[in-house]
Design a binder for this molecule. Sequence first.
Ligand code: NAD
Ligand code: DAU
Length: 367
Amino acid sequence: MKKLLVTGGAGFIGANFVHYWMAKYSADKVVVLDALTYAGNIANLDSVKDDANFTFAHGNICDQALIETLLVEHGIDTLVHFAAESHVDRSITGPDAFIETNIIGTYSLLKAAKKVWLDGKSILAGHRFHHVSTDEVYGTLSPTDPAFTEDTAYAPNSPYSASKAASDHLVRAYHHTYGLQVTTSNCSNNYGPYHFPEKLTPLVMTNILHNKSLPIYGDGMQIRDWLYVEDHAYGIDLVLNKGRVGENYNIGGNNEWANINIVNKICQLMNQAFADNSGLAQRYPEALAAISGKAESLITYVKDRAGHDRRYAIDATKTRDELGYEPRESFETGIARTIDWYLNNQRWWASVMDGSYQECVHQQYDK
Ligand code: NAD
Ligand code: DAU
């Protein structure tokens, strides 16, 4: 039985991970530490909040004393670190929070883990510090470059990816210098339920429902590898249970799409959903383009993201060969499940959007 501290567990991937873990390992204790920034939402944990094995702690990962207290009081042996500022566009307009949370916050967690697990009277055997990172640390690829492996040199291009790269290096150093038992996973773009609607896929779904334009940065030919969020949780599960300490593992979906193609795909599926279910037009009377089967008409090309990485692609051979990892959800079923979730959870996405954030983040793309 494990006792987990999950940082950022009220965010998109963290909450999906907590749902996954508590359903699969129901005897494990799970403590979520989350600052509840704009991206964190306690309602994401509604389905587990009454479970006797679940505890929520509201706080900041930069607060080392708080983390030490949580590690000791709950007898934590496994720390899964999701908490981060995660949106590239925000890192361009305001990098400070990314440096603070992603670098200083990770450093504070490492210091607390070292103090409690390694520096006490005895070393806690079998402890694990798992760091959740991103493929963006490897930089950008041309259309013909081979995909990123774990040996690809780091070359981060945005303040977000630079701050994640710095945190990855700190995690590595705490293993090599102090013997902290760490693992790191570098994952591609996730999609699925509870995804904050500033990121491409949920933004497109919710904007269609509001009949708002669908902004495509630059020529829309940037490529991302898309993975259903539960498959990210599954990959981390395998790393925690079978991964070698001190190693990095790539997690990806073998599923590369140009942005314009994935947006067109979502438009087609939304058109189809409205055509198949006449009740949707009553629930979403504003969704005029989707009601008339023309959601694509909302696509609008806007100024490109500064320093926009052209292509990410993951080679997850090591994770497959060592841990037996393969994504379990196909893109067809995963995107259908996601659209269905957004259509049926208007209260969730309406409540996490305060009406001003999209304008605020997107004003940098006004032509
Ligand atoms: P998110 O922005 O949806 O959630 C981040 C969570 O961290 C929120 O609940 C927020 O309240 C919390 N948080 C932020 N600052 C905090 C602080 N200082 N102290 C405590 N909690 C804080 O992010 P996400 O998309 O769920 O990403 C989770 C992790 O996965 C991040 O580390 C990100 O870099 C990584 N990742 C994300 C993706 C993706 O596609 N979204 C892909 C690969 C890796
Ligand atoms: O690759 C993993 C990364 O994926 C994670 O580390 C990040 O936390 C996560 O946010 C995501 O980063 P991206 O920048 O790839 O995701 P985003 O959804 O912001 O954008 C996806 C692509 O779509 C990117 O090429 C930018 C483009 N885009 C995005 C938005 C929000 C648009 O063209 N229009 C938009 O409105």
